[in-house]
Design a protein around this ligand. Structure first.
Ligand SMILES: [Zn+2]
Length: 346
């Protein structure tokens, strides 16, 4: 049974000091790109779907795509994770649809934008843990609110806010509401809820427009990760919004008729520093989106006569696979699927 609970993969990652990329999907090509990258690098896999992805793909398509992945790659452990569940019922419907891990994001209320009181967060997270654990499903919680420090929403280019709202880019709290994770609260929260993994807010945000300059220790609080890990050595930490937003991809998009405003992501070296201090799951979505878009734009510009979707979806899939391979190698998960198999973990 290669669909496995996230706890299994993250426990192995913790015991062997590596991190695992959690990669978002909406469609078949993205799942294929991830699975091929994982096979090539012998990596355990975390695939995640947001509420937006579940509604875009529809539950049945998504479930069968995941089952196809598990069937075609029996040598790889695959986690299917609900990204940013906004309520217990979202988490339960994910579990009914075969997800082996859920995030109950009680840091925000059910509207997924209003910061929630701590007591609310504990209540919903604890409830989901009780149900999920009984079904061998893992749970990720979140303390603190994602956003950016040292950057206000008005710094982000207008194009970001005029994009049609995509439920994947979870509506974020206004910057003044965004707050970093308080280590005391994190410690209490884990004791009170028993979550398997904890997302921490350290200054990253979702989407492409994370930082208006190369991030420094002032805006990206890696030291906070170290502090939380010192207090919670047995909790798997999760970094959200951790795309690196490669300059090269921004350039390809812009050279081919795109309009991405100059932006900076989370440097891979900072993520590697996090992995040394308890970060086990790293959420990456934007980099894959950029890679696919760059490849598609290139085909459209260079070969305007083409109209078979495979002519641009194949290069798009290939480009996403390349990013996935790069992340799997730099996070250290490469080479670990066979070790998990040898240890009879799945
Ligand atoms: Zn997130």
């Amino acid at each position: 049974m290669p669909l496995v609970p996230m706890r299994l993969v993250l426990d192995h990652a913790a015991a062997n000091n590596y991190g695992v990329a959690a990669l978002n999907v909406n469609n078949m090509e993205q799942i294929q790109a991830i699975m091929e990258a994982a096979r090539e690098t012998d990596s355990p896999v975390i695939i995640q779907a947001s509420r937006g992805a579940r509604s875009y793909a529809q539950e049945n398509y998504l479930r069968h795509l995941m089952l196809a992945a598990a069937e075609l790659y029996p040598e790889l452990p695959v986690v299917m994770h609900q990204d940013h569940g906004n309520s217990p019922s979202t988490c339960y419907s994910a579990i009914r649809n075969g997800f082996t891990s859920v995030m109950m994001d009680g840091s925000l209320l059910e509207d997924a934008k209003t910061p929630a009181p701590y007591e609310y967060n504990v209540k919903v997270s604890r409830e989901v843990v009780q149900v999920a654990h009984a079904l061998n499903v893992s749970v990720e919680g979140e303390v603190g609110c994602l956003g950016t420090v040292g950057q206000t929403k008005s710094d982000a280019p207008k194009v970001a806010s005029t994009e049609p709202h995509d439920a994947d880019l979870e509506q974020e709290p206004e910057p003044e509401m965004a707050h970093l994770t308080d280590p005391d609260e994190a410690e209490r929260f884990v004791a009170e809820t028993k979550v398997d993994a904890l997302a921490v807010a350290i200054g990253t945000s979702h989407g492409a427009y994370k930082f208006t300059a190369q991030p420094t220790g002032e805006v990206l609080k890696m030291s906070l990760i170290e502090e939380i890990h010192r207090r919670l050595p047995n909790t798997h930490l999760v970094m959200h919004g951790s795309s690196s937003v490669p300059q090269e991809l921004q350039d390809i998009i812009n050279k081919n008729g795109g309009k991405i405003h100059q932006t900076w992501g989370v440097p891979v070296e900072e993520i590697q520093r996090g992995i040394k201090h308890g970060v086990r799951k790293i959420n990456v979505d934007t980099d894959n989106r950029l890679a696919m878009t760059a490849a598609i734009r290139e085909v459209f510009m260079k070969s305007p006569e083409k109209f078979d979707p495979r002519d641009y979806l194949k290069p798009a899939r290939e480009a996403m696979k390349k990013i996935c391979i790069a992340r799997m190698v730099s996070f250290g998960q490469a080479g670990n699927a066979s070790k998990m198999r040898a240890a009879k973990l799945f």
